[in-house]
Design a protein. Structure first.
Length: 377
């Protein structure tokens, strides 16, 4: 679970900029926490156990990033951050060495306002299988063009991961990071080493295939109103505080990602302490009856219909008892909403531990009811 508290088919198009830009590893970096330069096997490398190394004088939008990476067998989350608009806003691709050969050994996630969103970006386009060889150098190549990215490892001519990037394509600086996810006291070796960084601006050495856009499923909710964040502990709620509902008819509306996921962190900052946010919609139905709602959420949600709680779910990451990854999907819940003739206010109170605040929902007509999705005003 990466947190921010620590922070390519053979190429069929030619690079638009031929000159390589080799980036020195021993000068011009900002090192945060346990990150530093060392001489390792006769060359200068960056070693990180818990922290981040940032290169602010490098700016790249489209082009190629290449470097060598060495990891260990220890659990860790080893990242490359790129197109950094700030230390808290960037694209990130990271490696899980402890999940070698598994389907999520490598993952892409955007970061907004210091909040990584790995639970909201998974599956095709976001996660992939990769096998690591601890203690050996692994060559990594990352090709960027517009809202697309391709990750290559070693001498492979086909990408390990084709990414659909969530943030707008803009130039930004660069960094390496490692999150150990635990206390690293006593570790004698760093969790990752980075060497031989080369950045080729404008050199897009991969022809990206046409991107398949997800089809909009009938009933998929693609816009929500969102409240400002409010103080709330993770878990079910019996009632929403009146203070959190102030001005709810005029809360701003926000769009979901193309797949229907509302990424709250894209729009709202996350307070430092435990907090919640409320997503609102209004549904109009001609008769009384039940309406099925397919629901995905991260991490915890309570659903209110016309002021009454009708469902609560907890999908936070847990290693055991119960074991759950916490990744979002419509499979997480099916809720029967008790609706009355006319307009019905649906409020979803969402609370978060880490990994990204998000919702996705799809209304499915039941018992012949015809629904009009009333714009919340």
């Amino acid at each position: 679970m990466i947190t921010l508290s620590l922070l390519a088919t053979l190429a069929s198009s030619q690079p638009t900029l031929a000159q390589d830009a080799r980036v020195p590893m021993d000068t011009g970096w900002t090192h945060l926490r346990d990150s530093r330069v060392e001489n390792f096997r006769g060359q200068s490398v960056i070693r990180i156990t818990a922290g981040m190394a940032i290169k602010r004088d490098v700016s790249l939008q489209d082009g190629t990033i290449e470097f060598d990476l060495m990891v260990t067998r220890e659990p860790s989350f080893v990242s490359v951050a790129y197109r950094m608009a700030s230390d808290e806003d960037f694209e990130m691709t990271y490696f899980r060495p402890h999940k070698s050969a598994l389907t999520d050994a490598v993952q892409y996630t955007p970061v907004w306002r210091g909040e990584a969103n790995w639970q909201l970006y998974h599956g095709p386009g976001s996660t992939a299988r990769l096998t690591f060889k601890p203690g050996e150098w692994m060559h990594v190549r990352l090709v960027l063009e517009g809202r697309r990215g391709a990750l290559f490892v070693g001498t492979d001519t086909a990408p390990v991961l084709l990414m659909s990037l969530a943030r707008d394509a803009k130039p930004g600086y660069f960094g390496f990071a490692v999150d150990p996810g635990r206390d690293t006291t006593g570790l004698r070796e760093p969790l990752a080493r980075f060497a031989n960084l080369v950045i080729r601006k404008g050199a897009v050495q991969y022809r990206f295939p046409p991107e398949a856009r997800p089809s909009v499923r009938e009933g998929l909710i693609t816009r929500w109103q969102l409240s400002p964040p409010f103080d709330a502990k993770p878990g079910p709620m019996e009632a929403i505080p009146d203070s959190a509902l102030t001005g709810r008819t005029s809360w701003p509306e926000f769009s979901t990602e193309p797949n229907g996921v509302l990424v709250v962190g894209r729009y709202l900052p996350k307070p430092r302490g435990p907090s919640g946010v409320i997503a609102r919609l209004v549904v109009r139905t001609p008769t009384d009856g039940f309406q099925r709602l397919h629901l995905g959420f991260s991490d915890c949600v309570t659903v209110f219909v016309n002021g009454r709680p009708v469902f609560a779910g907890d999908a936070r990451f847990s290693n055991d008892n119960p074991r759950q990854e916490g990744v979002i999907g419509e499979h997480q819940a099916l809720v029967w909403l008790p609706l009355k003739s006319g307009e019905n206010e649906i409020l979803l109170a969402l609370t978060e531990i880490f990994g990204g605040r998000g919702l996705m929902a799809r209304l499915e007509p039941a018992d012949g009811a015809r629904l009009v999705f009333a714009p919340p005003r």
